[in-house]
Design a binder for this molecule. Structure first.
Ligand SMILES: [Zn+2]
Length: 315
């Protein structure tokens, strides 16, 4: 039996699946549908002492990070994205979305020490696993590499060794040449639906300059990615009526930030159905919407967004 303990739980190795399992019994105590929101500023505010804040000129805060009270590992933070309970990344301004990506970069860097990989993700809606509706994202450092991450690494490395081209660069070039699955292209960022999606309406947002490390993205790259991300989320919100989704930042594991064969990118996985027997038995996802159809519908929804959602290009 292989296991690694941390202060609030345990990682156990599943010998059948060849994958880690997290046991975090403390998370059962998470408040679901709490009457008083612990993340809203005011007398009901109830969080562990903050580790970071983006101050507001008025003396309050615009964003803050706090340790997760119901942690999934020894390194687990919550980024509270706004003091406004009703704020939504899908309705954010470019400046707000860019500030959030910068916060993720910062907390990713600060979480790295002593971990094998750092995950940044955002769960939107109860079906995507969120227990608190106040807008927030999470930064988790794991002491191990998951088997899924190791397989991704092996695939990327083999491809690079065989071709001397990073896989993500070739995939993006292929998508741009083909065009059918491109959702939005804006300066240094592109959104497309993947050829083999893991969910209906899966969208990937990638920078045009390939780099393994999310934290190495420049301010201009982050701004472009933030713009594309919020527009895609706005389109999903309009077209699919505020669907639940998981948003994941893919970045190199700790210590591999400089390798030439990995790339960072964002993945939006709408949660429109529950994984059923075939998916659970085999790990093979089933989608009922083709990515070509999804891209066409997303482009139409983007075209229909109000002009104030997509500001005109500067003169
Ligand atoms: Zn709140």
């Amino acid at each position: 039996m292989t296991a690694k303990r941390w202060h609030g739980g345990e990682l156990r190795w599943d010998h059948h699946s060849g994958e880690w399992t997290v046991l975090a019994p403390g998370r059962a105590g998470r408040p679901h549908g709490a009457v008083t929101c612990p993340f809203c500023p005011g007398p009901g505010e109830d969080t562990p002492p903050e580790t970071w804040r983006l101050p507001d000129p008025g003396g309050g805060w615009r964003m803050r990070a706090v340790p997760n009270r119901y942690a999934l590992s020894d390194h687990h933070e919550v980024v509270i994205e706004s003091p406004d309970h009703g704020w939504d990344l899908a309705m954010a301004t470019d400046a707000e979305a860019t500030a959030l990506l910068k916060a993720w970069q910062h907390r990713h860097l600060m979480t790295r020490a002593g971990t094998a990989q750092v995950l940044v993700f955002r769960n939107h809606g109860e079906a995507a696993g969120t227990s608190l509706s106040h807008p927030h994202s999470q930064v988790v450092g794991l002491p191990v590499l998951s088997a899924a991450t190791q397989r991704e690494l092996a695939v990327a490395r083999e491809h690079y060794d065989a071709t001397t081209r990073p896989l993500a660069v070739e995939l993006l070039a292929g998508e741009l040449a083909h065009g059918e699955r491109i959702v939005l292209s804006h300066g240094q960022a592109v959104a497309f639906t993947p050829f083999a999606p893991a969910a209906n309406f899966e969208v990937r947002v990638v920078p045009t300059r390939h780099h393994a490390d999310f934290c190495a993205a420049s301010p201009a790259e982050l701004a472009a990615v933030a713009h594309v991300l919020r527009i895609v989320l706005a389109a999903l919100r309009i077209g699919l009526v505020d669907p639940p989704y998981n948003l994941i930042v893919h970045s190199a594991p700790t210590g591999l930030e400089q390798v030439p064969y990995l790339s960072w990118w964002l993945r939006i996985l709408p949660r429109l159905s529950v994984p059923a027997g075939l998916e659970l038995a085999t790990g093979v996802p089933v989608s009922t919407v083709t990515p070509e159809d999804a891209a066409e519908r997303l482009r139409a929804w983007i075209a229909g967004l109000e002009p104030d959602v997509i500001p005109p290009p500067p003169p």
